[in-house]
Design a protein around this ligand. Structure first.
Ligand SMILES: NC(=O)c1ccc[n+]([C@@H]2O[C@H](COP(=O)([O-])OP(=O)(O)OC[C@H]3O[C@@H](n4cnc5c(N)ncnc54)[C@H](OP(=O)(O)O)[C@@H]3O)[C@@H](O)[C@H]2O)c1
Length: 235
């Protein structure tokens, strides 16, 4: 039985991914920065709650210690926790706005990956899925209409888009450094969650599809890639 951790799994795509992986027989640690909501969500889907705020080094280290003591290893890590940040135009966005968004979307993923690396090394055919966004593609951002078939909805978002572009580079760097892992970035597509006031045209089941596919890909699966449900995305 494989052991998986999904960060930011109290709701939205993280919760759906946790539900699907638990249903597929994984032992699932449901990461939640709010312990009570984590317990409620975990109880509903048959997962184990794990208090984990990706912006806190102490919280991440404590969570890794608990998983080491309980499970001794981790096979699948899904870095899902993410925030959009303030809706500021590029002209209005400040360095502090970017710091806040990067602390969750970029440094959070690195903090968690780094802390859980020894457990992933102890796991079987380790897999890391970084939940990125089509808004993180430099190629798409350079000419959105030309890539509308890959990323149908493109919006200017300095903090968020650049954080996901950074997460994409983090993904590639880890994939080079850890060739025995499978580490990929994925774009769920515009999905109806609290994240966008449920304005997305995809259901959480549809959005989570590519996350689950990469989390459960066999040892021959890809690494160092960037995928939506429809296939590879341009970086
Ligand atoms: N929805 C979309 O259209 C879409 C499209 C592309 C990519 N994505 C990406 O998909 C991921 C999930 O998005 P979603 O739509 O499911 O968003 P959501 O419904 O807003 O859920 C976000 C989750 O992240 C958690 N979170 C936020 N900050 C955290 C922190 N510091 N530590 C731990 N958990 C934290 C939230 O926890 P709380 O419940 O405690 O707030 C919540 O569980 C994000 O990375 C997002 O960028 C979403």
């Amino acid at each position: 039985m494989r052991t998986a951790l999904i960060t930011g799994a109290t709701r939205g795509l993280g919760l759906e991914t946790a539900r699907r992986l638990a249903g597929a027989g994984h032992t699932v640690y449901l990461g939640a920065r709010d312990a009570r909501r984590g317990e409620e969500a975990a109880r509903r889907i048959g997962a184990r709650p794990l208090e984990l705020d990706v912006t806190s080094e102490h919280s991440v280290r404590t969570a890794a210690k608990l998983v080491r003591e309980e499970a001794g290893r981790l096979d699948v890590l899904v870095n899902n926790a993410g925030i959009s940040g303030p809706a500021a135009s590029a002209a209005e966005a400040t360095a502090d706005d970017l710091l806040t968004v990067y602390d969750t979307n970029v440094f959070g993923a690195v903090r968690v990956t780094h802390a859980f690396l020894p457990l992933l090394e102890a796991g079987e055919a380790p897999v890391v899925v970084n939940v990125s966004s089509g808004l993180g593609s430099l190629t798409v951002a350079a000419d959105p209409p030309a890539h509308a078939s890959s990323v149908p909805v493109w919006l200017p978002a300095l903090s968020y888009g650049s954080s996901k572009a950074a997460l994409n580079m983090v993904t590639v760097q880890y994939a080079h450094a850890l060739p025995h892992f499978r580490i990929n970035a994925v774009d769920p597509g515009l999905t109806a969650t609290d994240f966008n006031g449920h304005a997305g045209d995809r259901t959480v089941a549809e959005g989570a599809e590519i996350i689950v596919r990469m989390a459960t890909a066999g040892p021959g699966g890809p690494t160092g890639g960037y995928f939506s449900a429809a296939g590879p995305l341009p970086w």
